[in-house]
Design a protein around this ligand. Sequence first.
Ligand SMILES: CC(C)(COP(=O)(O)OP(=O)(O)OC[C@H]1O[C@@H](n2cnc3c(N)ncnc32)[C@H](O)[C@@H]1OP(=O)(O)O)[C@@H](O)C(=O)NCCC(=O)NCCS
Length: 158
Amino acid sequence: MFFRGLIATAADIETIRRIRNAGRMNMTGDVSEISPERQQRWWASVSELPPKDFVAVVYWSGDDAGSMCVGYGILSRRGDGRLYVSLAVDPTMRRTGAGRFIYEDLAMRANEPIYAEILKTNEPSIRAAIGAGFTQSGDSETTVFYRRQHKVRKERRG
Ligand SMILES: CC(C)(COP(=O)(O)OP(=O)(O)OC[C@H]1O[C@@H](n2cnc3c(N)ncnc32)[C@H](O)[C@@H]1OP(=O)(O)O)[C@@H](O)C(=O)NCCC(=O)NCCS
């Protein structure tokens, strides 16, 4: 089985909405359903941002028999100037390594350190982030902050 990330386009926003709604209770205190209209407004507000400030990727998993969309990952710059990760995996595809793959893939796409703010109760996300090389950088009452250093890929000689 492989995982592959492709930059999201407008054609993916309904898929992202479905997976986002299915994972919302672990991501935010606001668990209200995101409507198609709200998702469209969100996409309109982010899709023109420069890639250094916003990247959305949809992830596919498959084998020789075919492939399916398993989740999404987003990098977005917050008011503190840092790039933060947001991700969710389709409930039917969790615990197959997709979450960890998404954290790793997003780190490789960034040219700077990236951060994750994770609810202290969200063990799957904490484990996936740690597995992808994130280390704790702080906490608040309800969340833990993780940071992944930017690793420069070394040119190989010869
Ligand atoms: C968090 C999330 C993306 C993880 O995705 P995933 O594909 O299940 O993660 P992985 O399969 O890569 O598993 C990562 C680690 O978490 C562990 N894990 C996964 N689900 C778990 C669960 N329900 N309970 C305990 N551990 C769990 C795995 O065993 C693995 O641990 P290991 O690396 O020590 O072996 C997924 O659970 C999800 O979409 N949750 C809802 C949305 C969300 O919480 N997003 C993150 C917001 S910060």
